[in-house]
Write a protein that binds this ligand. Structure first.
Ligand code: ZN
Length: 398
């Protein structure tokens, strides 16, 4: 249903109640509640908060809902290597049609929680060929109009297995639009970085790396990424996910790292449900979540994303970006007004920028990607983790 008017909405950062007019997929005006206007397809917010809809900058659909199967296959530790191995063991056992059912279920869950766009990392490994990419392309077509799905060619098991590099190149010609990478799984992470930067540069695609997922800051590849982003002039097109090494740095080195990221135009994605579960095994008090609030204050584009749903990488979490932001907010103690605003930006405007989407939300002229939240307090949009009662994609309610 194409909505042409939302009545009695509370908007973040704007006191009072408002009526929004929508046309051609955009918000055309914001007026005091009760203003005359079209009454054809009205969505009555009844005093609830209307916020920008959510954008998930980093999700894995092809290993969603594998927790039961992983547990049946044997024990796994809450550590990155163990989670990767647990899913790898299942790859040959779970038929593709079941992976598809699980992925479709995950997408439906994301949408139910107000997500209208997502960047999905598609696992590519030689033994599976392009099978998972084809599956994602079908899902992408199925959800079009409700959720815009962007696909990353992601070499989860590295580029060193025979055929892995060719597969990545093929995927970029077959529907993946972002080059992925995971340097920490290869024996030679520098060669991995050179390969994926080279490919992104050659095909003119953005690059999205899994990076520095360890408690040990000495293992960081951040400087190598900054150097290559500068050398190839890829500022604004490179994103790095996890980067839990940032949590292990002292304040001065953290500040220096954020200044370099902001200056180079490299965006950061934190995945609280995974970063906190699999990391932080070092010194007591280690929290293994990159400091969202300091990165944003330094001018870095930062997204909080879900990463995984019900698998060894994230046994906790329900696919809700509000929940992910809520967890980041507790972990980083972002309870003040500035922190609450940053958290909302980290699941709306910032990930939208990472995905190259135009501005969206309840402001005039913006794309009408909106959610109605089950709260009357805009300041509670994250802290109370309210349910999503309606989602609009381009003004359309699915
Ligand atoms: Zn990931």
């Amino acid at each position: 249903v194409l909505i042409d008017r939302i009545t009695s909405a509370r908007l973040p950062g704007r006191p009072g109640l408002h009526d929004l007019r929508l046309a051609a997929g955009r918000v055309t005006s914001v007026e005091p509640a009760g203003s005359p206007g079209p009454q054809e397809q009205v969505l009555a917010a009844e005093g609830r908060v209307v916020a920008p809809a959510f954008v998930d900058a980093h999700v894995h659909l092809d290993k969603a809902h594998l927790l039961d199967a992983a547990e049946a296959a044997g024990p796994h530790d809450p550590r990155l290597g163990s989670a990767i191995a647990a899913v790898d063991r299942l790859r040959g056992q779970i038929p593709l049609h079941q992976v598809r059912v699980n992925a479709a279920r995950a997408l439906a869950t994301l949408h139910r929680h107000g997500t209208v766009a997502a960047r999905a990392h598609v696992e590519l490994e030689p033994k599976g060929g392009l099978g998972l990419l084809e599956l994602h392309l079908e899902l992408q077509a199925e959800v079009a109009g409700r959720l815009d799905l962007e696909l990353v060619a992601f070499p989860q098991l590295g580029l060193e297995p025979a055929g892995a590099r060719d597969l990545l190149v093929s995927a970029m010609g077959e529907g993946a639009t972002v080059v992925g990478g995971c340097p920490y799984v290869d024996d030679d992470p520098v060669a991995h970085l050179d390969a994926v930067f080279g490919l992104a540069d050659r095909v003119g695609a953005p690059l999205d790396l899994h990076l520095d997922f360890t408690d040990d800051a000495a293992c960081s590849h951040l400087d190598l990424v900054v150097e290559r982003t500068r050398a190839l002039d890829l500022g604004g097109r490179v994103t790095i996910g996890h980067v839990t090494t940032l949590a292990a740095l002292g304040p001065d080195r953290q500040a220096a790292a954020f200044a370099r990221l902001a200056d180079a135009g490299i965006a950061l994605v934190v995945l609280p449900a995974t970063d906190l579960y699999l990391g932080g095994h070092g010194e007591p008090g280690t929290r293994s979540l990159a400091p969202v609030e300091r990165a944003m204050a330094a001018g870095v584009t930062v997204a909080v994303a879900t990463n995984n749903l019900a698998n060894p990488f994230a046994p906790f979490g329900n696919g809700s970006l509000v929940q992910a932001a809520w967890l980041a907010g507790i972990t980083r103690r972002m309870g003040d007004a500035a922190g609450r605003a940053q958290l909302l930006d980290a699941i709306t405007a910032h990930p939208a920028a990472i995905l190259g989407r135009e501005a969206h939300g309840p402001g005039p002229g913006a794309r009408a990607d909106l959610v109605v939240l089950d709260t009357c307090d805009p300041e509670a949009a994250i802290t109370q983790a309210p349910a999503v009662v309606a989602t609009l994609h381009g003004g359309r309610r699915a």
